[in-house]
Design a protein around this ligand. Sequence first.
Ligand SMILES: *Cc1c(COP(=O)(O)O)cnc(C)c1O
Length: 369
Amino acid sequence: MKENQIKVTSPLLPNLDEFNGLLKEIWDSKWITNNGRFHQQLEQALCAYLKVPYISLFTNGTLPLLTALQALRITGEVITTPYSFVATTHSIWWNGCKPVFVDIEASTCGMDPDRIEAAITPHTTAIMPVHCYGKPCDMERIQAIADKYGLKVIYDAAHAFGVEVKGKSVLEQGDMATLSFHATKVYNTLEGGALVMHDAETKKRVDYLKNFGFAGETEVVAPGINSKMDEVRAAYGLLNLKQVDEAIEKRHQVAIKYREALRNVKGIRFFDDMPGVRHNYSYFPIFVNAEEYGMTRDELYFKMKDQGILGRRYFYPLISAFSSYCGLPSAAPENLPVATRVANEVICLPMHHELSDGDLSRILDLIVK
Ligand SMILES: *Cc1c(COP(=O)(O)O)cnc(C)c1O
């Protein structure tokens, strides 16, 4: 690893002495997993922080997606977005369902509600949208379509930790919403994730499903999986929760500086804040219009890389372009013109709580000509 590299992200780490103190408590108690004290505390603390009634912790952000589909007994076809991390579609595949891709809107990178209805067939049972980059989807219109056709909605909210619209969490929308606490996300528990639901009955069922389906000492009610979060990560998560607001504010300041510097650069598009939304600044994507900017996305991406500035092409290639899915009729690029174009334009610039003004100057000097 080179000394002068600027990475796309940097994990939020708790104070090591405080963490050691909690580790000592875990060692003393000898209770290291299976709904221990810190696990229970973190579920409570996250409910309060995220303003949601029920949450179930997981060992990563992919298994809550799998479990949400299983808990809601989703079968047949699931309408989803190709413009996401590959785990979104994998969760549909793991449940033996067929993913059906619909195009996105360039203005949010979320699923285009206008395209959903045309993709519904008699086999459709659910919609799985993504709050891409933490930008809220058009949840009202998605829910209206779901209600009209009797479909479930499961939001992959892996990017949307703490995101609120008019003071209400986006995690409350749909039938369930999932979170990822991976090291690269705004809030991490090393690896980890969660499922947010509306009622105690559903939480109980989800808690069974993440523990092999055990409903009691001798009773197994479903072919569940093992995706429980352990005590070490729950303790780490409790400490990180105390400093996540400060980290989000630092990201906010970075976003302000990026926007100021890029506002008048021809051929570079980026997102502004949406009115009434509490953003988490999890990513700072820019979209390069090669003709106007005078350089293609990849030319800029590799120029940055040569100088040790490691952006990421999230999300390129599209999920629909991977070999597991490209044979599906809905995966054809003609069906996904906006997503196809955006995937060829995007670079996520470095964005984290430790980015210095010096780092920012180095990045911006390269982009602003
Ligand atoms: C990170 C991510 C996931 C998967 O989360 P893991 O914790 O890495 O398993 C799922 N969906 C999206 C959109 C993500 O960005």
